[in-house]
Design a protein around this ligand. Structure first.
Ligand SMILES: [Zn+2]
Length: 672
């Protein structure tokens, strides 16, 4: 018996063998296709129930198998699983393409969609209908055959260009290395960083030290290395990736990608690529994104100017630097930060024992949302280290299963994330509860010390737990609208808002106690954490805004007349620059977020989410950070609602008004 093809509640990890995955995927895809065939073969007139709702509940088994498999591929993988992933992924894309290209199915969906105003649907049903229809129309289902053909050509061309863009940046990163044989060239670097550089040299069978353009090597070097000439060399190398007019140059790729995206959007009836993307975002239109970015820019600019002047004065005083350059920023900022705050992780870590932080976040969830976390041993897990919980409300109703997997292991990718093994939904009168997981890579305990978290790890834990709550508290009818299935620029609200509790005395008192003495963290330390968190916030904001504006400059207009990438970029950056320009560098040719990844017309959402979380938390601050009324409003209107309604509507119902930038400006110290 294949345990993946037998109905299961929590994932039956201990029974699953790698050999089970492929046959399970194949069978589940076959079954899902049969379910869809049943919909299209239905002789009855298309209705919401027999078409939209029926489609929503197809392939449930496939979804569960996929989540078990891909979650394992992230948290507990091995070569065999990776090989299966490579075999299965194309089959899964083919499967979903076959659905979006299924004309008989689209015909039925369109029939229902065209009657949408006369149907007696709930708001959630309206949202589902709209979402299903758009998943077809946005892929060209309404186009004639010629245009459909062109759309496929564009899509295939775009995926090749994006791949090539990524290959070029990677090759450029790997190609460069700075080999140092004189130890004084590493002056300023902490011992650990020096060792890493020596290790890097050794791995390349070289004497001395090697610095590369990979973040773990490049970032510390720019932060600590005293040698200004070397910092300049590294900085220019980093900033000119795929901008050397050679076979690894990305300028052509950038222009082609921007133009093809524009053509694709036009084919589908949108003015620009950004119009196409933003249709499914809280921000809605490029005009609103521009307004948003420019409003913040105007407010952040004076502070950024002051901070830059302060940094330049500091550099002058310290090293007689007459003009601050790009390669000086990180170095002098680190020095200035040390001087102002003298705050390092080692001072804070004793107050953040992992077990205390976990019980702290649970207590906060209890105070705010009436949740109780009970650790259990009867849930199957994929690794002994994973902790399993059952979550209940105060009336002992079962809310969710919660998995927590905290430490790095071979086979787990880096970073931290929330995921789910089972979505919440309601069907046939039953409210099926979700299975949610948080996966992190926190410092392990040692024989002499428990696991003590850096402050950054503490906020990460709260962040992922916030996503977790969004999943756990979901209370919708349809699985594809449940939990974190919301617009992209809304999904970080629950996670980022949770981070705010890490800075509050009332919350820290619940868990931030010294692992040896049991003393609560001193408030002057907390104050320092707060102040250092907004260090150079103006300059940081300006930087983020410049990336958002660059993104919009490529995607929010007709790009056909752009011929020179660097020139276009310089124009887009005008108004956000602090450092002198370096003609040999170019951001766009290595801006993977927007030209390779999925952030095109979406870079603004980092700041957007900050505005949301600051505005939401300001409401808590106003009424009390554990105020039940505000928390309940947040639960009822945001956390439980998933993507069932437009996020602005949900937000306004919680907050009573649209989000304003003021709370963020205040938190960031940018108001004066
Ligand atoms: Zn997040």
């Amino acid at each position: 018996m294949n345990p993946l093809l037998t109905p299961f509640d929590t994932a039956p990890f201990s029974k699953i063998e790698n050999a089970h995955f492929k046959p399970a995927f194949l069978q589940a895809m076959k079954d899902a296709r049969a379910e869809i065939d049943q919909i299209t073969a239905n002789k009855a007139e298309p209705s919401f129930e027999n078409t939209i709702e029926a489609l929503e509940f197809t392939g449930q088994q496939l979804d569960r198998i996929s989540s078990v498999f891909f979650n394992l591929n992230s948290a507990e993988t091995n070569e065999e699983i990776q090989k299966i992933a490579q075999e299965i992924s194309p089959l899964l894309s083919e499967f979903s393409n076959d659905i979006t290209l299924n004309e008989a199915l689209f015909k039925r969906i369109k029939t229902v969609y065209d009657q949408k105003d006369s149907l007696d649907l709930t708001i959630e049903q309206h949202t589902l209908l709209d979402k299903k229809y758009k998943s077809f129309s946005r892929n060209g289902a309404n186009l004639n055959d010629d245009k459909k053909k062109r759309l496929r050509e564009i899509d295939s061309e775009l995926s090749k260009l994006k791949l090539n863009f990524g290959e070029n940046t990677l090759a450029e990163t790997n190609k460069y290395e700075k080999h140092l044989t004189n130890e004084s060239d590493l002056d300023g670097l902490p011992e650990g960083e020096k060792e890493a550089a020596a290790q890097m040299a050794k791995s390349k069978e070289k004497e001395g030290w090697v610095i590369t353009l990979d973040y773990p090597s490049y970032i510390p070097f720019m932060k600590y290395a005293k040698n200004r000439e070397l910092r300049k060399e590294l900085s220019l190398a980093f900033g000119s990736k795929a901008f050397h007019n050679d076979e690894l140059d990305n300028q052509e790729n950038v222009l082609k990608i921007a133009n093809l995206r524009f053509e694709r959007a036009n084919l589908l009836g949108y003015k620009t690529h950004a119009h196409f993307v933003l249709e499914e975002r809280m921000a809605e239109t490029p005009e609103k994104v521009h307004k948003f970015l420019n409003e913040l820019l105007e407010k952040a600019k004076p502070a950024a100017g002051k901070e830059f002047a302060q940094l330049e004065d500091f550099a002058k005083e310290l090293d007689h630097i007459d003009r601050l350059e790009k390669w000086d920023g990180s170095y002098y900022s680190e020095k200035l930060k040390q001087k102002l705050f003298n705050l390092d992780d080692e001072k804070l870590k004793p107050y953040f024992k992992l077990e205390n932080v976990i019980s702290g976040v649970f207590k906060i969830a209890e105070k705010l949302f009436d949740l109780r976390f009970e650790e259990v041993t009867d849930i199957d897990k994929y690794n002994e280290e994973v902790k399993t919980y059952k979550v209940y409300d105060t009336s002992n109703n079962f809310i969710s299963v919660f998995y927590a997997d905290f430490h790095p292991r071979k086979g787990k990718r880096g970073g931290a994330w929330m995921t789910s093994y089972k979505s919440q939904y309601q069907r046939n009168g039953e409210n099926v509860r979700p299975h949610i997981s948080n996966v992190c890579n926190f410092t392990r305990s040692t024989p002499s010390k428990p696991s003590l978290l850096t402050f950054n790890e503490v906020t990460t834990l709260f962040h992922e737990f916030g996503h977790g709550l969004h999943g756990m508290l979901a209370n919708t009818t349809y699985p594809s609208l449940s939990g974190t299935s919301v617009f992209w620029d809304f999904v970080e609200l629950p996670s980022q808002v949770m981070e705010n509790w890490c800075y509050e005395k009332e919350a820290l008192e619940l868990f931030a106690t010294h692992y040896e003495t049991g003393k609560v963290i001193p408030m002057e330390l907390v104050q320092k954490i707060k102040e250092s968190a907004t260090f150079q916030e103006g300059m940081q904001t300006l930087r983020q805004l410049s990336f958002g504006l660059l993104d919009m400059s490529w995607h929010g207009i007709d790009p056909t007349s752009i011929k020179n990438v660097k020139q276009h970029e310089t124009e887009a950056f005008k108004g956000t620059t602090l450092y002198p320009d370096t003609p040999e560098t170019c951001m766009s040719t290595a801006f993977a977020h927007i030209f390779q990844g999925g952030y095109s017309s979406g870079y603004y959402s980092y700041k957007w989410a900050e505005v949301l979380d600051a505005d939401a938390f300001a409401y808590f601050k106003e009424k009390g950070i554990f105020n039940k009324e505000v928390a309940t409003k947040f639960k009822d209107n945001v956390l439980s609602k998933g993507g069932t309604e437009n996020p602005m509507v949900l937000y306004k119902r919680f907050r009573g008004a649209e989000p304003k930038v003021e709370a963020l400006l205040e938190r960031a110290g940018l108001l004066n």
